[in-house]
Design a protein around this ligand. Structure first.
Ligand code: HEM
Length: 300
């Protein structure tokens, strides 16, 4: 375990609790979510880039958790436009690996320290966040803020794209390394009417709606980076024209009525054939999520 971010993790969790209150037993972010049984079927197109077992040709079982980003489990769906899609893949040798994404393609800060400082300031100063000040203090967050500003009310878990944001390295049989990013694309797209209606959605609307729509599917693509692309900075988007490869399809089949809610979706647990980039936000997440898990798993 990388202890580098242990103190930062505690500060992060304490700031979140100051801002949003403590909700015993809940995740300190993305508190409300629901779990689904799924199957991921790779199409073999990732094999030239990685030896990862779940990205060859054999289907693997998966568990999916869709979530609202708020640390408050009672927050109305329409109030927090950022939503999460977490996938736990079950590899043939019994190991697991995770892909944890949100519906925006970039993060707000280059470093976890800057993000935690933003939360600490927000915790000290109750009331709405001063967005203009944050722009000035953290110009690196510009791309993300601009995307947030344009975000439409969230319509449905099954019609959104999801981005695991960070760069990972794929490693193939010959030992070649490829910087990649992932993207989940839904089978279904949403209508303009649905966007208008979304504003009036009650809490837990999204979960109920998804249950009626099952089964639903998503395609997983990888985007191949070029040497000039930022690999350790999640605030930067790669150019649109980068090559994409469709690597498989996820079919979400049914809601898990008695899920193991103690799952910790750790985006740094990876199989042979995939490695983390040096993005510091990615590495800090491991410890921040563990600090959240330690509290919630004890009912705190
Ligand atoms: C320093 C930056 C970040 C902080 C402080 C943070 C904080 C947290 C915390 C405390 C949790 C709850 C963990 C648990 O109890 O299991 C969480 C979950 C989550 N985070 Fe982050 N996060 C950060 C960055 C990100 C990024 C970059 C993404 C998107 C790629 C992301 C997406 C998610 C999702 C989807 C979940 C829900 C996981 C689940 O379904 O269990 N977070 N985050």
């Amino acid at each position: 375990m990388n202890e580098r971010y242990a103190d930062l993790a505690e500060t992060a969790i304490e700031s979140i609790e100051k801002i949003a209150g403590t909700h015993p037993g809940c995740r300190r972010a993305h508190a409300r979510g629901s779990f689904y049984k799924a199957v991921f079927t790779p199409n073999g197109q990732a094999a030239p880039y990685t030896t990862a077992a779940h990205l060859q040709r054999e289907p693997v079982k998966a568990v999916v958790r869709f979530s609202d980003s708020s640390p408050n489990p009672n927050m109305l769906d329409g109030f927090s436009p950022v939503k999460g899609m977490s996938v736990q893949f079950h590899l043939p040798d019994g190991q697991v690996t995770y892909l944890v994404g949100v519906n925006v393609p970039v993060f707000l800060t280059k470093t976890p320290e800057a993000f935690v400082e933003m939360m600490r300031l927000a915790a000290e100063k109750p009331g709405p966040w001063d967005l203009v000040k944050m722009f000035t203090d953290y110009p690196e967050g510009k791309a993300a803020f601009q995307i947030f500003k344009r975000l439409k009310p969230f319509v449905s878990y099954s019609t959104s794209r999801y981005f695991p944001i960070h760069t990972f390295y794929f490693i193939n049989q010959a030992g070649d390394r490829y910087p990649i990013k992932y993207e989940w694309t839904p089978d279904q797209s949403f209508s303009k009417e649905a966007v208008k209606e979304a504003v009036t959605h009650p809490a837990d609307y999204l979960e109920k709606e998804l249950e009626e729509e099952l089964p639903v599917g998503f395609t997983l693509s990888i985007i191949l980076g070029k040497p000039e692309d930022a690999v350790d900075d999640s605030t930067v988007l790669w150019p649109e024209e980068r090559s994409r490869v469709l690597v498989g399809r996820l079919e979400i089949k049914e809601k898990l009525t008695h899920p193991n809610d103690q799952l910790l979706f750790d985006p740094t647990i990876l199989p042979a054939g995939i490695e983390c980039s040096d993005d510091p936000v990615l590495h800090a997440r491991k410890e921040i999520y563990t600090a959240s898990f330690k509290r919630r798993s004890r009912g705190l």
